[in-house]
Design a protein around this ligand. Structure first.
Ligand code: C5J
Length: 219
């Protein structure tokens, strides 16, 4: 079975393919959250919610594995590198009080996944301290134990945590497909370039498609 994709059709092996939803967290997506507080236009990310909901519903209905990630840190910030803490020289940074609790701290309201895409019991949630979902997590072990070789990667943001995760996955031998309407960036130019970088040079990191095309294959 193939999915229409760029740079060429993706050989879809449903029994070995997981949906990996990156960082659809309240602080990144909700009006009044940390992302908006920094001056970002959250509507650029919120347009991905509908396509992700449709894909997630179809994926679950097909009985295929779903995993979610959240970027964040331990409440004592012991896993927060000082360099990450001070980067940006922002007045408010990771660990400080934000509009929805302490920013990017596990257990806080803003750190959690938006209700529209909330994980079901049994769907692994990978808490990651970095941008990539494989760094300092057990994601590779979980995927390996389930025989997963392919990932459909969605979420936010396209050029940061989605791109980093796709690159990490590629180096670990996974084939990654990214539906363009299911990933978002606060910056339109990074959205475009983030997707181009994945599919360039014959699919150097993976494939780019759309949720409709993945849904067509699932049907
Ligand atoms: C993610 C970020 N999830 N942009 N984080 O992309 O800091």
């Amino acid at each position: 079975m193939t999915i229409d994709a760029e740079p060429y059709p993706f050989e879809f092996a449903p029994a070995a393919c997981a949906l990996l939803i990156i960082d659809m967290q309240r602080d990144f997506l909700e009006p009044g959250g940390f992302g908006e507080m920094l001056g970002n236009d959250v509507s650029q990310l919120r347009r991905t919610i509908g396509p992700n909901q449709r894909l997630l519903a179809a994926w679950r209905a097909a009985g295929l594995p779903v995993l979610h990630t959240r970027e964040g840190h331990r409440p004592d910030l012991s896993d927060l590198p000082p360099a990450k803490k001070v980067r940006g020289r922002s007045k408010t940074c990771i660990g400080d009080s934000g509009p929805m609790g302490r920013i990017l701290v596990r257990g806080e309201a803003g750190h959690d996944i938006i209700p529209e895409l909330y994980p079901l019991p049994g769907e692994p949630v990978i808490d990651k301290p970095g941008k990539g979902a494989f760094y300092a997590t057990d994601l590779h072990a979980i995927l390996g134990s389930r025989g997963i070789r392919q990932l459909v990667v969605t979420g936010v943001t396209t050029e940061v945590c989605v791109n980093t995760t796709v690159r990490e996955a590629n180096d670990r031998g996974y084939d990654c497909l990214v539906p363009d309407d299911c990933v978002g960036s606060y910056f339109p130019v990074f959205q475009e370039m983030g997707l181009k970088m994945i599919k360039a040079q014959g699919g150097i990191f993976g494939w780019v498609s759309s949720s409709e095309k993945v849904l067509a294959a699932l049907r």
